[in-house]
Design a protein around this ligand. Sequence first.
Ligand SMILES: [Zn+2]
Length: 353
Amino acid sequence: MSDTTLCVGSLEAQPGTKARGTVRADLGTLTADIPLTLVNGTRPGPRVVITAGVHGGEFTPIDAAARLASLLEPGEVHGQVIICPVANPNAVYQGRLNVSPVDGVNINRVFPGDPDGGPTERLAAWLFTHLVDGADVYIDLHCGGIDQVLRDFVGYRLTGDPDLDKATAELAGSFGIEDVVLGLTAEGGNSHAAAARRGISAVLVEVGSLGQRDEPTALRRVDGLLTALRHLGVLDQDGSAPAPIREWVWSAGVTSEATGLWYPEFSFDGDVIGEVAKGDVLGRIVDPADGREHTVHAPADGRIFYGMHGLTVAPGTELAALAIPWDPDAATRSDTLPVPGMGRGSDEADPRP
Ligand SMILES: [Zn+2]
């Protein structure tokens, strides 16, 4: 693979070179200029695609991807690395939300996209066709949104292909992030799920939240990407052993059923602090018109991996996502398994952002 030119649209990198620029995606009623860095090594190895800015308002991943794009040099790369720090420019530069201001669509629900659909569906299809489809490994970087608290985790999906699932589990454990949350199916419109369905080893990496953009978090994430690239053999090993991980599986996604002011019971101190049992009070939604309270209970046991920090919520707003320790033996006892697709609204679980 590395003896060939690496091309994405009009941007190309000969073996042993790095190319940076933008490639224009035609979205039907508008276009988007997608920033890309192509690092084409001189030695054989996998093709790794890294995206950030699939959602707006997720600053640390964008920062980390841009730093990595400046850092990587083709002479040290085995294989090819494609870095896209702003995959969804309209959502990143205008809305700063999970949904695009162009059409109100959350792109991370519609992968692999539709080339004849609306603008966001076309963008998803463009990203899939031009970046993801040719990858051996796909890493999608996210964090909690501007109004969302989050514990760092890596997510991936089980596909039923034992070799692929094993490779992806090992990749998920290579970022130096202790908590790995797996989804029991590869269904849904999340980019990493759609990639997994095509046989690509794909992970979602979530680090940071609340619109923060602190340098230590970005640097921590760059370090994690470098250790993952060493694990993949894209960069030379440095002899370090992977840190131990804990595996989790989603147990519940909680969404608001009311409009009002959200007063969560869980706290946040750099990480979400919250272990809940089924039935525990997660928080209250207060109607600002008459002060009436709507109590929200945990529908299952779990640790809170992300939660709503914003004051104002409406029906459908994601309030919390819970996960429980993964017990592979439970896979044979389906009555004890969480329902696939829980954690809706986030980037992981089935449909999350
Ligand atoms: Zn996201």
